[in-house]
Design a protein around this ligand. Sequence first.
Ligand SMILES: Cc1cc2nc3c(=O)[nH]c(=O)nc-3n(C[C@H](O)[C@H](O)[C@H](O)COP(=O)(O)OP(=O)(O)OC[C@H]3O[C@@H](n4cnc5c(N)ncnc54)[C@H](O)[C@@H]3O)c2cc1C
Length: 454
Amino acid sequence: MAQSSQRISLIGAGLNGPLLALGLTERGHKVEIYERRPDMRRVRMGAGRSINLALSTRGIHALTQAGLWEQMQAIIIPMKGRMMHSVSSELTFQPYGKDESEVINSISRAELNIALMNAAESRGVQIFFQHRCRGFDLRTGELRLRDEKSGQDVTVAPDLVIGCDGSASAIRSEMLKLPRFNFSQQYLDYGYKELTIPAGADGSHLLEKNALHIWPRGNYMLIALPNIDGTFAGILFLPFDGVNSFASLPTHAAVQQFFQSRFPDVCALMPSLTANFFANPTGAMVTIKCSPWHVDQKALLLGDSAHAIVPFFGQGINCGFEDCSAFLELLDRHGTDWNRIFCEFEKARKVNTDAIADLAVENFVEMRDKVADPKFLLRKKVELALEAKYPKHFIPKYAMVTFHRVPYSTALRRGQVQDAMLSELCARLERVEDLDWSRADVLIRSELTPLELS
Ligand SMILES: Cc1cc2nc3c(=O)[nH]c(=O)nc-3n(C[C@H](O)[C@H](O)[C@H](O)COP(=O)(O)OP(=O)(O)OC[C@H]3O[C@@H](n4cnc5c(N)ncnc54)[C@H](O)[C@@H]3O)c2cc1C
């Protein structure tokens, strides 16, 4: 129970807002969420709804703490590895982890969002839909909201405001007006487009169900994650401009021809491909870093509003949910000493959110290009062999990020050391059986300390 109950307003009922609201309510605070969109449980939403997410250990930990992981079992599909599709439609499967316990989970963004909102409301959180935050007075702590149904402007003055309003955060925009507020945004030259791969006539999955499918094509790629209704949510990543880009596909014929020549196996499964392609928007991807994340004891940023990252490590929401866990742990220690909580939260998290931002950009090259390379596949086998022999010392970078809660900054740092080691050990290697174990032993013992795993 909190030392004193506070009125806390959250902006955004996306994924982080309702999860955080749950934790705050359980600690005795009165929480309301203002969300600019209509309630997705009542209104059918447009593009983006069916995009699913890869949920892994950090996200699962936070959902378990909130008592929600069990109920998610009905809406997740475990993905055991990557299924690579070559241009000639050959398949290569590469497991994600050392055994079948190391999987990532495909979950519908909308279903997850609905489950979180239901849980938050059932524990007393009030969600005001179609309430857009239009401003926040950093001096008085007053929030300005527009009720988009009535067109009326409303002002509220909570004790505390938390911006869970995503990468285009209105709360962060107000902070930008402050002196010495640091802000950077870096867009990729690539966009993404959601494309659905339908289910078979009997509702079955037309591709291997328990895998994340990748069509790596050098400087661009298509990926697909399974949905529980038998469909797959495909996402096409292409440069905005140039050869093989969104700009180079202006007509139905051009899209059809591009897919037939570059992704022939999946093209045959997508009868509505071109209609889908032109109906769905092309999204941009951005990395946002900023600081400080808070203003006095009045306002805080959490999740994508503080640190949006590109989606190639599948960590955006896993990282956001880890923010929620870290924040709530600080509340348990420091009650309502907001200044201390905000400072400690940012100190603990920013170094890690900066690290996952860099890892996510780096992983784009791996996904779209390297996974098709036999040398990369051999390197992955060597990683797993090293992990099997030195389970406390050598944990693959992907595993540190995805299957453990090792701080992202540690995963980045140790990953760089391990990458250099792997480059040396794999330089002239043809088969994992020929690995120079004595050299590996020297490298690992001299350069890696045992890692505390959680
Ligand atoms: C293509 C793609 C694939 C991804 N895949 C993965 C993945 O596999 N795994 C993973 O972990 N992450 C993934 N992510 C990242 C993940 O989607 C984000 O990290 C996550 O949604 C962030 O949650 P959030 O609650 O901070 O923000 P959001 O989910 O963006 O929610 C913000 C909410 O605030 C509301 N809002 C915004 N402005 C206002 C305002 N002014 N007033 C009121 N409400 C407002 C919005 O309507 C929204 O509901 C992916 C992202 C993309 C783009």
